[in-house]
Design a protein around this ligand. Structure first.
Ligand SMILES: NC(=O)c1ccc[n+]([C@@H]2O[C@H](COP(=O)([O-])OP(=O)(O)OC[C@H]3O[C@@H](n4cnc5c(N)ncnc54)[C@H](OP(=O)(O)O)[C@@H]3O)[C@@H](O)[C@H]2O)c1
Length: 374
């Protein structure tokens, strides 16, 4: 198999490194901003118009020009493998149509949970019965921060700075701590799990106000919290959310250390399955990309995803109980209990919809933190 890599950054250079150890994969071009080796080109047409190239690996990241280059590669009859959750979440429907029309495959294992064989396992599970829900720690940066704060009694800002120094968090950590990254992973997972591409806003609540006192409060109750991406289907209704969830101190999720991920799915005959591993990193992510390439090489048929937009996505199809930390008690008929702890108030809601939650949050004028009970 002859491949081209678009973007020789963390992931792209990992793909090159692993490919060099395998006899059946040959990287013959890399698209870069400047020429760095005999493989390099700065002209995308050297790849799109090269009939020798069977597979294009897209590891540029972002929407533009990744969207244009993936589309052009599929139209040119090349398989595309990508790690780019942002572009997959936004354009998966277009890419699978283009792949079908051009009799090639579009595969994106590495776009969710890095090195964990998650997409392929969803595909395999669905061959027997429908997936009912998925759930998990899909972002290593947020897990690193919570794990460190929980186990070292540290505050958020000290921990974030440490995570940035160690390379676990970016200079601007917003996408990881506000949930945008997890939302993209939910969209990709839901598409595979439920055959439905979510185009509506997914309820998303930041963890940037999590502090030591919140973890002290949860610990006093043998509880903990993790930033969880979740999706479920009930009849024709799909729901999803990206936010802190309150979990038991002894749960498997709470023992997930540093920047690792854990993702779970439930289907009728298999019950619950959990997958644990490196959700990011050069070689782990490249490993998932190489697995996709090897499937193409061996003609292993991956699911040809068919989306069914007959389902409905609604933020109000399910009700949950929430915990809201504030600096003064919330006055609402939907609050069932308020506990005072270290000058803060922990407000427990009744089972309410996300719309109702938003109404309550809008009435709070000072800083707050919100988490969902499982
Ligand atoms: N890193 C991970 O652990 C991980 C895990 C799972 C998925 N992913 C996904 O994999 C993708 C790549 O991530 P990464 O961490 O490898 O990012 P990265 O280190 O920033 O690499 C991206 C590379 O693409 C190059 N590039 C971007 N736009 C370009 C353009 N228009 N023309 C030429 N070169 C361009 C960049 O060059 P410059 O540096 O000059 O901009 C850089 O070398 C992202 O979609 C990310 O979400 C990453």
């Amino acid at each position: 198999m002859k491949i081209a890599i678009l973007g020789l950054g963390t992931v792209g250079s990992g793909v090159l490194e692993i490919s060099n150890k395998l006899k059946n994969i040959q990287v013959i071009k890399s698209f870069e901003r400047r020429i760095t080796s005999e493989l390099s080109t700065t002209d995308i047409n050297d790849i799109i118009n090269n009939p020798e190239i069977d597979i294009v690996v897209e590891s540029l990241g972002g929407i533009t020009p990744a969207y244009e280059y993936i589309s052009a590669s599929l139209k040119a009859g090349k398989h595309v493998v990508t790690a780019n959750k942002a572009v997959v979440a936004k354009y998966l429907d277009e890419f699978i149509t283009l792949a079908r029309e051009n009799k090639v495959q579009f595969i994106y294992e590495a776009s969710v949970a890095g090195g964990i064989p998650w997409i392929v396992s969803l595909e395999r599970t669905k061959r027997i019965d429908p997936i009912q829900n998925f759930y998990g720690i899909m972002n290593g940066t947020s897990n690193y921060i919570i794990d460190y704060m929980y186990n070292h009694n540290a505050d958020f800002h000290t921990t974030l700075t440490k995570a940035q120094e160690l390379g676990y968090a970016e200079k601007d950590p917003s996408a990881d701590i506000d949930g945008d990254d997890v939302v993209n992973k939910i969209i990709v997972t839901a598409a595979v799990a439920f055959n439905y591409l979510i185009k509506d806003r997914i309820p998303q609540y930041s963890m940037r106000h999590l502090n030591k006192v919140d973890l002290d409060y949860l610990k006093s109750k043998n509880l903990s919290t993790k930033f969880i991406g979740q999706g479920s289907i009930d009849n024709l209704n799909i729901s999803a959310s990206a936010m802190l969830n309150i979990i038991n101190k002894d749960s498997l999720e709470n023992s997930v250390p540093t920047n690792f991920n854990i993702v779970s799915m439930t289907a009728e005959t298999i019950g619950e399955l959990k997958f644990y591993g490196q959700g990011a990193g050069k070689l782990a992510t490249a490993n998932a990309i190489i697995q996709d390439i090897l499937d193409l090489e061996s003609n292993t048929s991956r699911e040809k995803l068919v989306l069914n937009q007959n389902y409905t996505f609604s933020i109000d199809s399910i009700k949950n109980k929430f915990l809201i930390r504030t600096s003064s008690p919330i006055n609402s008929p939907f609050i069932t209990k308020i506990e005072e702890f270290d000058d803060f108030y922990y407000n427990y809601t009744d089972k309410i919809t996300f719309s109702k939650l938003d109404e309550i949050l809008e009435s709070i004028t000072t800083e707050y933190l919100v988490a969902k009970f499982l």
